[in-house]
Design a binder for this molecule. Structure first.
Ligand SMILES: Nc1ncnc2c1ncn2[C@@H]1O[C@H](COP(=O)(O)OP(=O)(O)OP(=O)(O)O)[C@@H](O)[C@H]1O
Length: 298
């Protein structure tokens, strides 16, 4: 049995009266891939931010490679050393790579700086070439500033920078949502290849079930901050047990998709799916109002 790259136990986070994350638990094996899905406001991003360390949980525990973050950080000292130790556990790739890249820094310089911070004793040149090769970027792209790169190339840079740190877990928060369909497919294929080559585990945060179907082994479905269904992706998508998961699947546009019929189905399901919820979802939020709930990669 591979060790768990990540184990999340009983996470809770409240903002005012909003239970953004409500007793969320899951595990991600080393080299595994897990998708957290749910519509806007279901608590996916807050969960991811807690895993990365950008947000504090009110309750619960995050274990990376079997050790709790609190324990690991106590051993890492304070300030910068602690931040670097945390970065080596979990790295995050965001939806818009442009915002997370310094516009004045070339791709190669970005990687060099990351390697200098984390592995000052190592010669960076070989590793830079290896990383560029791993994400399919040539030497021309290596010398370029971010504005000279396409969206897909920028996302490759963001992935290379994250991998440079050799984290246990890569959190991909809507990481392909801003890309064209064909570029999405390229990046997802790239991520699949990287997973085969390394033992990094992926945590995909997405409302795109096509992405989940393509690149995850396990799925966690969230609604109103809580996990309503979890299991192997193929099984959950083939035979969803919870009405909310069925609703998400029905919301995936496909030939013959009828928004009216979906809205009607949603209204019919509402009593069943709001039973344990907080009623925070707005009543007019039909699937046709959620352009992100669609299958872009088949
Ligand atoms: N910093 C914050 N302050 C107040 N409320 C917040 C904060 N962050 C999140 N929330 C609330 O917590 C709930 C869960 O939000 P979250 O962003 O985690 O959901 P999500 O599923 O990631 O949605 P999206 O796909 O739109 O990002 C929402 O009701 C949101 O308004």
């Amino acid at each position: 049995m591979p060790e768990n790259a990540l184990a999340v136990k009983g996470l809770r986070r409240t903002f005012g009266t909003v239970r953004a994350v409500d007793d969320v638990s899951f595990t991600l094996p080393e080299g595994g891939s897990l998708g957290i899905v749910g519509e806007s406001g279901s608590g996916k991003t807050t969960t991811a931010r807690i895993v990365v360390g950008l947000e504090q949980a009110d309750e619960g525990e995050v274990l990376v490679r079997g050790r709790s973050r609190a324990e690991r950080e106590r051993g890492a000292g304070r300030g910068r050393a602690r931040r670097l130790a945390r970065a080596r556990e979990v790295q995050m790739v965001f939806q818009d790579p442009y915002l997370s890249l310094d516009p004045r820094t070339s791709v190669e310089a970005v990687l060099r700086e990351t390697l200098r911070l984390h592995f000052p004793e190592r010669d960076p040149d070989k590793r830079i070439r290896q990383l560029l090769d791993q994400v399919g970027l040539g030497t021309r792209a290596a010398d370029a500033l971010p504005r000279r790169l396409s969206g897909g190339q920028r996302q490759r840079v963001a992935i290379a920078r994250a991998l440079a740190v050799e984290p246990a877990v890569l959190v991909l928060d809507e990481a392909v949502a801003a890309l064209d369909v064909s570029v999405q497919a390229q990046i997802l294929n790239l991520l699949a290849d990287i997973r085969e080559e390394t033992s990094v585990g992926y945590l995909f945060i997405t409302h795109d079930l096509g992405v989940v179907r393509c690149v995850t082994d396990e799925i966690v479905v969230m609604r109103h901050g809580a996990v309503v269904e979890a299991g192997p992706t193929a099984e959950v998508l083939a035979a969803p047990r919870h009405p909310y998961t069925r609703l998400l699947l029905d919301s995936v546009p496909r030939p013959g998709w009828d928004p009216e019929a979906i809205s009607a189905a949603r209204r019919a399901l509402e009593p069943a799916v709001t039973g344990s919820g907080t009623g925070r979802e707005s009543a007019d939020e039909g699937p046709q109002d959620r352009p992100g709930v669609e299958s872009r990669v088949q």
